[in-house]
Ligand binder design. Structure first.
Ligand SMILES: Cc1ncc(COP(=O)(O)O)c(C=O)c1O
Length: 389
């Protein structure tokens, strides 16, 4: 058998190694607290699950959906209007996705040809880079460094690279660094994209998980954004619907239309009961969104305050469901710290280097365990003595 050379660029990587260690430890009867993968463990609100169950009990809903139902497109349009103050044409500016990951993985196929340049953040949520790589693109990494508040420095992108780039991926609140970008960044971004004729993909997966009374809007509220780009959104974290796979790509009609054409050759659309659940989620009582945000905010406090109390200081994230922490000074590499932590404390997190070269020196912890378990994680780290040189 012979296989595609394009797959040579994807290895099993650190996650497989960590999972292997986890499996061995669990087989020995040891406890593992897994903070590595961002799989939410907070269920959706009852009214959303009820809508899904009712629709799933209707035999008529088992046909291929093929397209987004008009009711879904109108619901997304009204949600963007109410929540973000952005008017979207349901017919031309909205495309549903089988999770935003799916859209982010595929969209490159509709924009780039083999060898084209794509700008991605570093560190980077993996699919931002993997989608373009699958499409044969060449990546240019835009560093997100601590000294710059983890925000991309557009002025540092070489002019010859900018001239060649076909699209760029930007995402704030950011995974893994957790920061939001200031308004000025978005104004510069739109000017930059216009100047070099670059399509902007803005991923807004965490706009609802913003803490300490702050709020976050949409990229599309900025003047000129719709002329150069689209926004990806997801119901996974906001409504606890990760397994249902519901995302959207909204904004520039040309980009949306190309993505729709691509997808129409790939899938038969979102399962109708899931479309109905999505409508109920985004048009129904939004109290559950605040409940979700509060739960993550409390978890953040337990973990960050807990680690601080045992001598590991870290910035409290202003948003997302992650903590991005600088590793203790006696470690040089985030992988070594992550491996020691899982071996000695039974706490599993993701080394920052797994997200790109600029992630080195950090680790990412996902707030995917209840408060009591996060407290246990703090105690296990304390007991292991790993924080002392
Ligand atoms: C920044 C970011 N974008 C997209 C996704 C994928 O979300 P979805 O479940 O909609 O595919 C995630 C999931 O962790 C994420 O962190």
């Amino acid at each position: 058998m012979q296989f595609a050379r394009r797959m040579d660029q994807f290895g099993e990587g650190i996650f497989s190694q960590l999972l292997d260690i986890k499996r061995k430890k669990l087989e020995k009867g040891e406890t593992i607290i897994d903070l590595s993968v961002g799989t939410p463990n907070i269920p959706p609100a009852q009214h959303i699950m009820d809508a899904l169950c009712t629709a799933a009990a209707d035999p008529k809903n088992y046909i291929y959906a093929v397209n987004d139902q008009t009711a879904l497109l109108e619901a997304v349009s009204s949600w963007y209007d109410t929540r973000y103050g952005v008017t979207l044409d349901p017919k031309t500016e909205i495309c549903s996705l089988l999770g935003s990951q799916e859209g982010l993985a595929h969209i490159a196929l509709s924009i780039v040809d083999e060898g084209d340049v794509v700008l991605v953040p570093d560190p980077c949520y993996p699919v931002f880079a993997d989608g373009p790589l699958l499409a044969g693109a060449k990546l240019y990494y835009m560093p997100q460094k601590k000294e710059n508040g983890y925000v991309i420095q557009l002025q540092d992108i070489p002019v010859d690279i900018a001239k060649k780039a076909k699209f760029m991926v930007v995402s704030y609140p950011n995974n893994p660094t957790t920061v939001m970008a200031p308004e000025a960044f978005y104004l510069d971004l739109i000017a930059f994209a216009r100047k070099y004729d670059i399509v902007v993909l803005h991923d807004n997966a965490y706009s609802e998980l913003v803490f300490d009374g702050k709020t976050c809007g949409s990229f599309l509220t900025f003047s000129g954004a719709r002329e150069i780009g689209v926004e990806f959104n997801s119901l996974s974290k906001t409504y606890g619907l990760a397994g249902a796979r519901i995302g959207f790509c909204v904004g520039n009609a040309e980009v949306v239309s190309r993505l729709k054409t691509l997808k129409s050759n790939m899938d038969y659309g979102m399962f109708l009961p899931i479309q109905k659940a999505a409508i109920v989620a985004i048009t129904g009582d939004q109290g559950c969104v605040a409940v979700m945000k509060d739960a993550y905010e409390r978890r953040r406090d337990v973990l960050c305050d807990g680690f601080k109390s045992i001598g590991w200081n870290m910035e409290k994230p202003e948003a997302t469901m992650f903590v991005w922490a600088v590793i203790p000074p006696h470690y040089e590499k985030s992988v070594d710290f992550a491996m020691d932590l899982v071996e000695k404390a039974g706490v599993m997190l993701t080394p920052g280097s797994a997200f790109g070269p600029s992630g080195e020196g950090h680790v990412r912890m996902a707030l995917v365990q209840d408060e009591a378990v996060l407290q246990q994680a703090v105690e296990a780290v304390k007991k292991s003595g790993i924080l002392k040189a």
